[in-house]
Write a protein that binds this ligand. Structure first.
Ligand code: PNS
Length: 159
């Protein structure tokens, strides 16, 4: 039986922290679906189509077992529809844990067959988030080392 995992998120934009989690998940699962949440209530830096394009550009050549998808609505329902055994989430610091635990327990209630697996980001990425990357970039700071070079190029095109 193939071991399938969903790695859900906003990926606005993809960071090196996300990349690290994807690589770790690939060591554990036969198939990893990076699933972008389509959230009409948020004003993103990159459209869903742009995020799909960025993920393909950065991931396709590197990870054979990764596929890219989008979802809306409940993650638990999406994970069951995809027949995934697990949802993977990255934990950077203890502050992430409370929210992640809440989501994991709610998702377990909604989809008891789907396990949430927490993977630890390495220390050097523990302070990186998409939100901070966008803020630093918009205020003129360097985001080198925080996101893949292709993402930096795409961010520069945005201004
Ligand atoms: O990258 P993010 O923004 O931290 O990802 C959050 C995400 C997409 C995993 C979470 O918001 C989510 O699962 N949304 C889907 C809606 C849902 O299932 N809500 C109930 C969560 S218990």
């Amino acid at each position: 039986m193939k071991r399938r995992a969903i790695y859900p998120g906003s990926f606005d934009p993809l960071t090196n922290g996300h990349l690290d989690i994807i690589e770790r998940a690939c060591h554990l699962f036969d198939e990893v679906t990076v699933a972008i949440l389509v959230n009409p209530n948020k004003a993103p830096m990159f459209t869903v189509e742009e995020r799909i394009e960025i993920l393909h550009e950065v991931l396709d050549a590197k990870f054979a077992q990764v596929n890219i998808d989008t979802f809306s609505g409940l993650l638990a329902e999406y994970a069951m529809k995809k027949r995934a055994q697990a949802v993977v989430r990255g934990i950077r610091a203890i502050s992430d844990y409370e929210y992640e635990l809440q989501m994991a327990l709610m998702n377990r209630r909604l989809a008891p067959s789907v396990e949430t697996i927490f993977l630890m980001a390495p220390q050097e990425y523990s302070f990186i988030s998409s939100r901070l990357v966008k803020e630093v970039f918009k205020l003129g700071g360097s985001v080198e080392g925080f996101v893949p070079p292709f993402v930096i190029e795409r961010m520069k095109n945005k201004i």
